[in-house]
Write a protein that binds this ligand. Structure first.
Ligand SMILES: Cc1ncc(COP(=O)(O)O)c(C=O)c1O
Length: 389
């Protein structure tokens, strides 16, 4: 008798895989065949976790700090994060409003569960980090995609927000700096957006995971402008701790209790060793390392954006943060997936098609991550130049 397979939730229908994973798999195959691949597809720093953090983890292990912690995380780390907001942004935050989560991913999932109901609409940009869209689908809610354009720095205007807002819209989720575009919400624009969400009674969530990796003097946290906003952040990017799975959220006072209950149920506790290790991220010694790395990213951004422009790619003049360039390839191809496939198969340069981040002009764009050494970036540019001849 044929095996009757269990029923799959219809909510899974729209949840899409990462195309970048296909790129990474193919890159690994080419490497196994002995090719040198230039990796510009990966959204994580190429640097190893800074030594002070690694040493702190070893000490925590030796002390046997391997048990569950409290659901919102250890008090010292929540306080250290709150202090950081005072130092960097001049805002006082009660550490109780800070909840440590398994990566920003855990934070996004918790907030989606807390704020979104079946049938709700959530306004997002197109392009955007793809998981966000999928979290909304997982709750039988509707991502309401706002196509954003290079001329507006890939962030939504008030006119666009008005246009795409619907009767069922409940919230607006943005990222600054953004993945895949590297653009930020400047202070005035962010203030207008805060006012707009309040006026329209929508919640506002800002993913600030690339904070720290900015190349401008002023990168406001939304909490400077609106204490009712929800913030997502992480130790993955600026702090170089992707594999440690540690992030945080900051919620308004009124949501602290519910967020705690959700954290207990979803995660029990964030990873213990990672939390004790992350305390060292706030030492001067670690900060010097992070700032050196930020300088390296800035130099790579300058080099790669100049080189790509010279080759005829169209890109924003304003890549203000993160480690991505979102480049228009329409001068060379009408299909970003095919462009990426050919570049990898024939020239061993791995980049990500725009179709990973949405639908709007996705076939015209590719994302290049400068998360590899300058030497490899130069090799990548040399190979791309050859590919375009
Ligand atoms: C905008 C954005 N948000 C969230 C995440 C998830 O990061 P984490 O490793 O902290 O879960 C990523 C990862 O690339 C991202 O780019």
């Amino acid at each position: 008798m044929p095996l009757k397979l269990p029923h799959l939730s219809p909510r899974m229908e729209n949840v899409s895989p990462f195309r970048v994973m296909t790129v990474m798999r193919r890159a690994a195959e080419l490497e196994a065949e002995g090719h040198k691949v230039v990796h510009m597809e990966v959204g994580e720093p190429d640097f190893a976790t800074a030594l002070p953090i690694v040493e702190a983890a070893k000490r925590a292990l030796e002390k046997g700090l391997t048990k569950y912690t409290s659901a919102p995380g250890i008090a010292e780390l929540r306080e250290a994060i709150a202090n950081r907001y005072k130092l960097n942004h001049g805002v006082s935050i009660d550490p109780n409003r800070v909840l440590i989560t398994p990566g920003a991913s855990g934070g996004l999932s918790l907030l989606a569960n807390m704020l979104v109901s079946p049938g709700d609409g959530v306004l997002l940009t197109d392009p955007a980090y793809p998981c966000v869209r999928n979290f909304i689908y997982m709750l039988s809610a509707e991502p309401q995609l706002i196509p954003v354009s290079i001329v507006n720095n890939f962030q939504p205007t008030l006119e666009e927000l008005d246009l795409y807002r619907n009767r069922n819209s409940r919230g607006l989720w943005l990222a600054s700096p953004s993945n895949p575009t590297g653009t930020i919400l400047e202070r005035q624009r962010l203030q207008e957006i805060c006012d707009w969400t309040q006026c329209n009674r929508l919640h506002l969530l800002v993913d600030e995971i690339y904070h720290g990796l900015e190349y401008v003097d002023d990168l406001p946290s939304v909490l400077e402008l609106d204490s009712s906003a929800f913030v997502v952040n992480s130790f993955s990017k600026y702090y170089g701790m992707t594999g440690w799975r540690l992030g945080w959220i900051i919620v308004p006072d009124e949501y602290v209790e519910t967020a705690n209950i959700l954290a207990q149920n979803l995660f029990i506790s964030p990873p213990s060793i990672a939390q004790y290790a992350a305390l060292a991220a706030f030492t001067n010694e670690a900060e010097v390392i992070f700032e050196e790395r930020r300088d390296a990213f800035r130099q790579r951004r300058d080099y790669l954006s100049r080189a790509l422009r010279e080759l005829g790619f169209q890109l924003s003049n304003n890549i203000q943060g993160a480690f991505y360039i979102y480049a228009n390839i329409s001068k060379f191809s009408e299909d970003s997936e095919e462009f990426c496939k050919n570049l990898l198969d024939y020239h061993q340069v791995a980049i990500t098609p725009g179709t990973d981040f949405g639908e709007h002009k996705a076939k015209e764009f590719v994302r290049m991550a400068f998360t590899t050494s300058m030497q490899d970036l130069e090799l990548g540019v040399e190979r791309i130049t050859k590919a375009l001849c």
